[in-house]
Design a protein around this ligand. Structure first.
Ligand code: HEM
Length: 406
């Protein structure tokens, strides 16, 4: 049987039925109610489905166990071609392949990841946490008596750049510019935003000799304990990745969290009264929000995944959203339970590429919850927010709310 014929057969068996012709690559599709229907169907069906695209396609993996399996096995499922649909479906793959951590495999990934991880461990401590708590509390204070306001724009979007800017010792006067370019790099002016950020870090790295010894950039550029260092392109791309990785993901989580807490008054009151801990609340809100919807890999050998034959080179798209609501892993997965434990959600991925910023993101979310509990008695969403039209990011582009202090 030819590959084309086999694909056609697989499409009939797994594809059309499961996905009903839905286009998961279309951002607009994910902003519609139909996307929810597809995930509901796949959550029950749990099969691996073929998604045709152009003259080929990709596999859709949605069951928790299959998603975790794909993400854990980095020997078989490679990242170098790209880890998001838009990159992996582009001929030639991701332009930062082999240079930026999320799209690097094997030994180079291990070396660079180990180096960045050690710097993050050194930099993310009580001091950073205290600083962020003060800043986030002030941010909430600045809007608490505003009447109706857009929580996304006035609060959520300001938090991540504050955190990553402080962590990376970036000058405060550059933060809003970097955040603006980071937003641009997700929109239609994608390339311009990316280029601006790349240029920014190129300049910063060029002047690194003038920076203090323990500045993030200087530590990053220094050799690791085994004397290995990153080449200039790796340094630039990894700075870019650290900035982008934790920007929209955190702000979308914060906005989704506000909506969830406003909607479920019972859970909000449990949080306010201290009946549920900040720790379990942060994890449940991360599961609930699932701001990064998918992670892609490329199979580097022919093999079977849950009984389905995959060719060498097959694109496998692991969907974190349905996995985080898989009833085989999460009891009453459709209910927000701030006290949920255990809660092994996959919002930060899993395995060798597990999110390097998870600790920072958790600090940001905890600090926001603390500030809300201290300063806000009731939250009301005053108008339906606009769902994000993206095949990768999930959440809302605005969050019109009103805070009540009593
Ligand atoms: C709620 C917030 C966040 C979410 C949901 C999130 C999600 C993810 C996911 C799903 C991955 C795995 C990608 C893969 O397996 O291919 C990942 C990796 C990564 N994240 Fe995050 N992230 C968040 C915050 C952050 C922050 C704050 C930073 C920066 C400080 C960051 C930096 C990174 C980096 C550098 C990687 C690549 C790790 C590797 O390839 O070894 N992330 N993130």
């Amino acid at each position: 049987m030819t590959k084309k014929k086999l694909e056609a057969v697989l499409t009939i068996i797994f594809g059309q039925g499961a996905l009903a012709g839905a286009d998961l690559t279309s951002g607009a599709f994910h902003a519609t109610a139909a996307a929810g229907e597809i995930w509901r169907y796949l959550r029950q069906d749990r099969s691996i489905a073929w998604h045709p695209h152009s003259d080929s396609g990709f596999w859709v993996v949605s069951a928790y166990s299959d998603v975790a399996h794909v993400l854990r096995d980095d020997a078989r499922y490679r990242s170098a071609k790209g880890n998001v649909l838009d990159a992996v479906l582009t001929p030639g793959g991701d332009t930062a392949s082999g240079l930026m951590l999320p799209v690097t495999d094997g030994i180079r990934h291990k070396i660079v990841r180990g180096h960045i991880m050690r710097i993050l461990e050194r930099k993310i401590g009580q001091d950073l946490e205290d600083q962020l708590e003060v800043k986030i509390s002030a941010l909430v204070k600045s809007v608490v008596n505003n009447g109706s306001f857009d929580f996304s724009r006035l609060v959520a979007e300001k938090v991540p750049i504050m955190a990553i800017g402080t962590l990376m010792d970036l000058p405060e006067q550059d933060w809003s510019y970097l955040h603006y370019q980071s937003l641009e790099s997700l929109g239609p002016g994608e390339k311009l935003g990316q280029n601006e950020i790349i240029l920014y870090f190129t300049d910063l790295l060029e002047g690194r000799n003038l920076l203090p010894e323990d500045s993030f950039i200087k530590l990053l550029a220094a050799p690791n304990g085994a004397g290995q260092s990153m080449v200039e392109a790796e340094l630039i791309f990894n700075c870019y990745s650290l900035l982008l990785g934790g920007d929209s993901t955190v702000s979308l989580t914060l906005s989704s969290a506000i909506k969830a807490l406003a909607t479920d008054k019972c859970q909000w009151n449990a949080l306010r009264s201290g009946d549920v801990s900040l720790e379990t609340t942060v994890e449940e809100l991360l599961r609930w929000a699932t701001p990064a919807m998918h992670i892609c890999r490329t199979a580097n050998q022919a093999h079977k995944l849950s009984g389905v034959s995959l060719d060498m080179g097959a694109i496998v798209c692991a969907w974190l959203l349905p996995a985080n609501f898989d009833t085989e892993q999460f009891e009453r997965s459709g209910e927000l339970q701030l006290a949920r434990r255990p809660n092994r959600h996959l919002s930060f991925g899993y395995g060798p590429h597990f999110c390097l910023g998870a600790r920072l993101a958790r600090i940001e979310l905890r600090a926001m919850l603390k500030a809300l509990v201290q300063q806000v008695a009731r939250i009301e969403v005053v108008r339906d927010p606009t769902p994000m039209a993206s095949n990768f990011l999930r959440g809302f582009t605005d969050m019109p709310v009103r805070f009540f202090t009593q």
